[in-house]
Ligand binder design. Structure first.
Ligand SMILES: C[S@@+](CC[C@H](N)C(=O)[O-])C[C@H]1O[C@@H](n2cnc3c(N)ncnc32)[C@H](O)[C@@H]1O
Length: 338
């Protein structure tokens, strides 16, 4: 396994082909994702809330800046939990919840693994036989279906390279429990040639989505998905993927794992008040009136004046506004105070 828990942005940069740049792209604005947190502001203006995360800010002498939550210090972890409700879900809980969705989809259980308690610890044992599909459903459908992790943090429900709570690496691929992991297991079990595997692996990535407010966690989520591609490719073909395929996967990820305020469907804090100036006809005094964002004021999801987030409809290759997507899995918006 070539990569540890803390993926080095330097390493990604060393591959060239603008892969790190792609991983930092915000497809809605065409610029880079923003920090959307002031946690790093003590490092200077370039690290403040609205500034874009650029390769220079996180590589070279800055290469240890972005670290998974489990590697952050206690004070920082507490602050992020208080400010952004950043508390991550342990892998065994992600597994139980994902198993629940699979139970409903396959109409049977177990499908991917059997869960149990051992010495007070929640464990799971992968099923060994090839996974079969219920009447009327196909493996291709499972791989392509859209799955979204809302407020994804480092995306433990999608790609479980490590337990985001304990920091323990999950190195055996058949013990991974995320949606992308499940899809890639199905791809592995149902394809024979490299061409077929690659085609369906890309479909698996196209069907795996998540959004997150904080730029650092968003990048970590993106990296976890990208590194999963390496892990599964190496497991299958005993070699690293071709750089063109890595680039293509990075492009898919940059569309599918995006920065958004999930309560408003806009780029974090992009809503604003407008100031209108008029003159008093009698006194001539300038009157300034502040008009707040209508969506924010009235809680109307489609009336914000911030930047609504775009995503890609991979079936038609057309860009769609996230708030206008009709058939996504039901989104349960969580109420966080900022
Ligand atoms: C409870 S954590 C869950 C992370 C991950 N899904 C998990 O289960 O481990 C909540 C995450 O939501 C993010 N968040 C908080 N408010 C948000 C909002 N309005 N829109 C998008 N993400 C938000 C936080 O930055 C944090 O990463």
């Amino acid at each position: 396994m070539p990569f540890g828990i803390d993926i080095q942005e330097d390493e990604i940069q060393s591959w060239g082909h603008e892969i790190l740049e792609t991983m930092l792209l915000d497809r809605t604005t065409g610029e880079n994702i923003i920090w959307a947190t002031d946690d790093y502001a003590s490092r200077g203006e370039a690290y403040t809330f609205f500034q874009h995360i650029t390769p220079e800010l996180i590589t070279g002498e800055n290469k240890y800046i972005i670290q998974p939550r489990v590697a952050k210090n206690e004070v920082e972890r507490k602050r992020r939990a208080r400010k952004m409700a950043e508390v991550f879900t342990p892998s065994w809980v992600c597994n139980l919840m994902n198993n629940g969705v699979d139970h409903a989809w396959f109409k049977r259980e177990p499908v991917f693994n059997v869960t149990s308690l051992k010495d007070g610890k929640h464990i799971w044992t992968p099923t060994e036989e090839k996974i079969t599909f219920p009447d009327g459903k196909t493996w291709q459908e499972y791989v392509s279906m859209g799955v979204l992790e809302i407020t994804c943090g480092e995306a433990p429900f999608l790609a479980s390279r490590y337990d985001t709570v304990t920091g323990e690496a999950i190195t055996e691929l058949n013990r991974r429990i995320g949606w992308l992991d499940r899809k890639l297991r199905i791809v592995g079990e149902n394809t024979d040639t490299r061409e077929d595997w690659l085609h369906w692996a890309k479909m698996a990535f196209k069907g795996t989505l998540g959004y997150e407010w904080q730029g650092d966690s968003l990048l970590l989520a993106r990296e976890n998905l990208l590194m999963s591609f390496f892990d599964y490719h190496e497991d299958r073909f005993c070699e690293e993927p071709a750089i063109e395929d890595v680039k293509e996967i990075a492009e898919i990820i940059s569309w599918n794992i995006f920065q958004m305020d999930g309560l408003k469907f806009v780029i974090p804090r992009s809503c604003h008040s407008k100031v209108i100036e008029t003159k008093d006809l009698i006194t001539g005094a300038v009157i300034r009136k502040e008009i707040p964002c209508e969506g924010c004021k009235k809680g109307l999801i489609h009336r914000h004046n911030g930047i609504y987030v775009n995503t890609m409809d991979w079936e038609t290759d057309k860009i769609v506004r996230f708030d206008q997507l009709g058939d996504l899995p039901k989104i349960e918006t969580l109420k966080y105070e900022h």
